[in-house]
Design a protein around this ligand. Structure first.
Ligand code: GLU
Ligand code: ZN
Length: 299
């Protein structure tokens, strides 16, 4: 892809400080964009106030800057974009791709996949609680730059919520609306989001059939010594800006970017030269060297 056409992004949720898993996603998407002189945006996914931690959004931005990961253009805040999500929902409803759902947790108990109760409309005494995307029976696939061939079948996933019963916009809808509007065409992110990709592919096609395709790369998960995914729940520790050179070097090693015998990145890290190390990383970036299997990280 030519330099001018590439638009990548990092889209953190401000539910806590950046840990090594989120740093990996930020660093890999930054390197992949900068390697071709592409644009790299930051979008703050602050759609879910109950899960947010006060101060986390500004802390994340300060941390990115401290790690030398500078973004292009203004940071987009999803909390400011409700009107666009409402437009998207209306468009889907008008095109019979979204419908109101009256189901409660109780009526859905025992169903691993949404059984489609409300797809044909509600009874007069029922009221709309959430909205779901109607994706009919579709199968698809994509070639992930890290995970390889991926396939999906909508009947195994079921119609999913795009506006929640608590009135909040669902992550799936917001991400797709924003990626379309921001012209994002390459997504490099963690494999914890692999299950979301079919939903986002289908929503994207429904919202804008003429939109170009996205190239996807899902990075290896980071797990702790017990094999659990690094997250706030497993008490992953925040990355410290003071340790940026060493942490960036460790992240680049995990991403398969530093072959044995390469002394330059180590020397740059030893000298505390974050900008130099990032420059080296973007110049020498090979997405094809990123491993697909989970990686262990203590911290
Ligand atoms: N906000 C999402 C998260 O932090 C990531 C969204 C994305 O990269 O698509 O898990
Ligand atoms: Zn329903």
């Amino acid at each position: 892809m030519n330099a001018a056409g590439y638009v990548g992004r990092f889209a953190p949720s401000p539910t806590g400080r950046l840990h090594m898993g989120s740093l990996l996603a930020a660093l890999a998407s930054w390197c992949d964009a900068r390697h071709v002189g592409g644009v790299w945006r930051v979008r703050m996914e602050d759609l879910d106030p109950p899960r947010e931690v006060p101060g986390a959004a500004s802390d994340i931005l300060r941390t990115l800057e401290g790690f030398g990961l500078h973004w292009d253009g203004p940071v987009v805040y999803q909390s400011q974009r409700h009107a666009s999500y409402a437009d998207a929902l209306n468009f889907l409803k008008q095109n019979n791709r979204a419908y109101g759902c009256a189901c409660t947790r109780k009526t859905l108990q025992g169903h691993a996949v949404y059984p489609g109760h409300c797809r044909k409309g509600l009874e007069s005494e029922q009221s709309v609680r959430s909205h779901r995307f109607d994706w009919g029976q579709q199968k698809g696939d994509w070639t992930d730059a890290v995970q390889g061939e991926c396939t999906w079948d909508s009947t195994e996933i079921g119609d999913f919520v795009i506006k929640r019963a608590d009135g909040l916009w669902a992550y799936q809808l917001a991400v797709v609306v924003d990626d379309l509007e921001q012209g994002v065409n390459v997504v490099v992110r963690g494999s914890d989001l692999l299950d979301s990709t079919p939903k986002q592919l289908a929503l994207r096609a429904a919202l804008d059939p003429l939109a170009g395709s996205i190239r996807w790369a899902h990075l290896p998960l980071l797990v702790n010594a017990e094999g659990q995914k690094l997250s706030k729940q497993t008490l992953a520790s925040a990355v410290e800006v003071a340790k940026a050179p060493g942490l960036l070097l460790a992240a680049l090693k995990m991403l398969g970017q530093i072959s044995p015998g390469k002394s330059e990145p180590q020397a740059l890290a030893d000298a505390g030269d974050v900008e130099g190390l990032l420059h080296w990383a973007s110049q020498n970036w090979h997405l094809s060297q990123v491993p697909s299997a989970p990686l262990q990280w203590q911290g």
